[in-house]
Design a protein around this ligand. Structure first.
Ligand SMILES: [Zn+2]
Length: 455
């Protein structure tokens, strides 16, 4: 620490210069920014002073992996790492095998500091760069990081940090999925009592993402692929300032995969256990009519959850039926539709189904109209268990899957569908898993750093 005090007092010209800028700063903003420059320099000075002091302590040399003889010092060498506060330099002992084995030079002090060989930027810089890249393009993230840290960061550097951290997140998930497949039940995420008593809402949706053509070549026609996204949340009630009670999603957790429904299903099930599906008082599954999603529901959640078919989606089908049967231009069609929709919503879905069945028996109905009507009837009949809207309303469940869809959409839309963006499968996956780590609250654990100073 002595070096620090000395340099503030007298001779370090860079500190003296920054202090003068600070004294001359006019506006509050200029004052704060000037003080920040001083703080940055002092931080570097402080850290370097501590490192210098520690590096002088005796070194415990590891034994050589080839011959087993304890390593020997070859003297001090300089190490530099770019940090959030500027470049940090320190000198520490490096050693080699005294028998001359062909092993790389070792630096036990770096290892104790958690610095990898060839690592050029420190953990907090990488973590902040990745956090920015979760929300903004790599070039913007690099620029923001550069202006916060005062060092030049290239978009390529941010990109490579994202690749490394995303890969790590994917490996962790793989290990958890494998563990679950072998019967290791994951630990539930802790929940406040009032949230644990709230219903668990689940749902999923597909979102299209633009990818580079096959083979990852940057030119050629964009290949659109569907990313499957699932959401799990506790259904909370929130009273707005005008006194209206609205449904809110708390403890929102997302899963996503560039893959098929089976891949989504395994991830959803893993997260559902973490979110307490085995003990939640009520579980609700909400989705539109997509076949794959309902197959997933039947395969995995039917024993736990009440499935609700999105009401607006069901009503849309009803209108298709009305238009085919009674001619959509007529008031007769509109009247029947309004009546059917009302009964569907208020606990009489069987009446609606009976109407449709009767309509199918009408003679002289054109074959195309009959075809449409049959489709609508089969659709509602197949979902008979999922259209008891009056009961769901009574239980306080939402009837529309809008919340599910917007949560799924947001995960992808906000970052992956910017103008001109096209992804490689690997690049997409790595960033996707970092984004999931962020929204699910695992981000800081992934980097082993706390970006916010509050506990
Ligand atoms: Zn050796």
């Amino acid at each position: 620490m002595l070096c620090l005090m000395d340099s503030i007092r007298d001779d370090d010209p860079s500190v003296q210069y920054l202090l003068r800028v600070l004294e001359d700063a006019g506006s509050l903003t200029a004052l704060l920014l000037a003080a920040w420059q001083v703080a940055r320099l002092l931080t570097v000075c402080l850290v370097e002073a501590v490192l210098t002091e520690r590096a002088r302590r005796p070194t415990a040399w590891p034994s050589c992996p080839a011959c087993g003889v304890s390593g020997r010092s070859k003297g001090f060498a300089t190490r530099q790492v770019t940090s959030l506060f500027g470049p940090i330099r320190w000198r520490r002992r490096v050693g080699r095998c005294p028998q001359g084995c062909a092993i790389p030079q070792v630096a036990p002090f770096d290892e104790a500091l958690g610095v990898q060989p060839y690592q050029r930027s420190s953990g907090e810089l990488q973590a902040l760069g990745c956090a920015l890249a979760v929300f903004v393009p790599f070039a913007t993230a690099a620029k923001l990081l550069g202006s916060a840290s005062g060092v030049t960061v290239s978009p390529r550097a941010v990109w490579s940090w994202v690749q490394a951290a995303g890969q790590q997140a994917m490996e962790q998930l793989q290990a958890q999925l494998q563990g679950l497949a072998q019967g290791h039940v994951p630990t539930e995420e802790p929940l406040a009592a009032e949230l644990a008593a709230a219903p668990l809402l689940m749902g999923a949706d597909g979102v299209m993402v633009p990818f580079r053509p096959e083979g990852g070549h940057p030119r050629g026609k964009t290949a659109w692929h569907e990313i499957k996204v699932g959401v799990l949340a506790r259904l909370g009630r929130h009273r707005t300032r005008t006194g209206k009670v609205v449904t809110r999603l708390w403890q929102r957790r997302l899963v996503a995969v560039f893959g098929d429904f089976e891949a989504l299903q395994r991830r959803l099930w893993l997260e559902a256990i973490r979110q307490g599906i085995l003990r939640a008082p009520q579980v609700v599954w909400l989705s539109d009519g997509a076949r794959g999603l309902w197959r997933l529901f039947e395969a995995c959640f039917t024993g736990y959850a009440t499935g609700i078919l999105d009401f607006y989606h069901a009503a849309q089908h009803l209108w298709k039926g009305a238009a085919a049967w009674l001619d959509g231009r007529t008031s007769h069609a509109r009247r029947w539709f309004a009546w059917a929709r009302h009964r569907l919503r208020h606990g009489m879905p069987d009446g609606v189904l009976a109407d449709l069945a009767d309509a199918l028996d009408v003679e002289g109905l054109p074959e195309t109209a009959r075809e449409t009507l049959r489709t609508v009837y089969t659709y509602l009949e197949r979902h008979r268990e999922h259209i008891d809207y009056a009961r769901y309303k009574e239980l306080g469940f939402p009837l529309g899957s809008g919340m599910v869809e917007s949560a799924c959409n947001w995960l992808i839309q906000q970052r992956f569908k910017g103008v001109g963006m096209r992804w490689s499968e690997t690049g997409f996956n790595h960033l996707l898993h970092l984004r999931l780590a962020w929204v699910n609250g695992h981000f800081e654990a992934l980097f082993g750093v706390a970006l916010s100073p509050n506990p």
